[in-house]
Design a protein around this ligand. Sequence first.
Ligand code: APR
Ligand code: PHB
Length: 404
Amino acid sequence: MEILKTKVAIIGSGPAGLLLGQLLYKAGIEHIIIEQKSADYVAARIRAGILEQVSVDLLKEAGVDQHLNEFGLPHHGIEILTGGEKHRIDLSALTQGKQVTVYGQTEVTKDLMQARREADLTTFYEAQNVKIHDFYAQPYVTFTQNDQQYQIRCDFIAGCDGYHGVCRASVPQDKIKTFEKVYPFGWLGILADVPPVSDELIYVQSERGFALCSMRSNTRSRYYLQVPLTDRVEEWSDERFWEELKNRLDAESRENLVTGPSIEKSIAPLRSFVTEPMRFGHLFLAGDAAHIVPPTGAKGLNLAASDIAYLSSALIEYYINNSEQGIIEYSEKCLKRVWKAERFSWWMTHLLHRFETESDFDLKIKQAELAYILGSEAGQTTLAENYVGLPYEIKKFENLPKAS
Ligand code: APR
Ligand code: PHB
């Protein structure tokens, strides 16, 4: 058994773990990442692609915004298509100039991995049988890699290991409460090298169900369809997908839609899920390990980023300023923002999807709510300020002394 020591052991190298690693590195705080999959697998995962302004600011603070500045597409509005008509929500006009940036999570992950390689930081990929121990007293992590057993002794463990990870599962049942809502449909998504149907994203509410026209660049599109959970991806040929998408669009978009072979196709279930609290002694949960949102408001990655903003500044304050304040407040601060994003994602999902169980009355009420939102500046502002991201403070730590 090889025994290593570090300050922070980060479990998982998704966007949450990688971003935490990068911010700790910039502050001179030693850490190690332990990831169960291979680097190639992590870099290839296709996920959502909308960054709030605050997430862009955080990536800048982490020093990984070079590609983002070059290839990210700033968006100032979104379209909502309902009753066959498109309505533009002018995000920037409604939020004093804020915007979102279209930039794939896959790219964010690659940028962070590249920065990590350049700084020669330690990551154990393909770690097997990862276990966390004694996090209420003297934490350590054990795992195996290439038949070698490791033990990493640390001050803190950051559980950035996603929804199916080992960290949340290791917390004693009587110390944790979870809240969950599962939706009775999934999103069938495809990626295709065709120009997007429109300059801005179109969220579609139709009698045939929800659809979303999104993009990764001016030549790569990402489209989604609401489908029954019982559907299997093999049942959806590209032709069938495009046909159904057309059926949910308005005449103009149908005409402008450029179709082509898919380069990725998958079905994802929708879920709302929150864990309380988000700290257990010396163990922190962050990102999908602590909460899941349905993708309708594009909040998943952005929430992971705000957790990491709070966690990195808590750890920096602890090591550099000898203050435990950020650590004590971590869970409460995160959860305040998490629940607001949960509410928004749930609301967008509810408003735009077809639910089999909804009565004619429910449907009419929903249509009236949409009509109200779209017809009122107050209603549109509610949507816009949540969509661009609720503000939080990114603490700047300049000219940091070396962590002790
Ligand atoms: N040991 C080590 N690593 C693990 C373990 C384990 N037992 N279990 C899971 N992991 C790894 C996964 O392989 C994955 O690389 O943890 C990582 C978790 O990454 P993500 O699932 O991407 O979660 P997170 O970093 O919190 O990112 C949140 O991802 O799913 C989207 O919508 C979500 O955009 C949001 C973002
Ligand atoms: C995406 O581009 O993958 C995307 C965009 C907006 C969403 C969800 C997903 O709300």
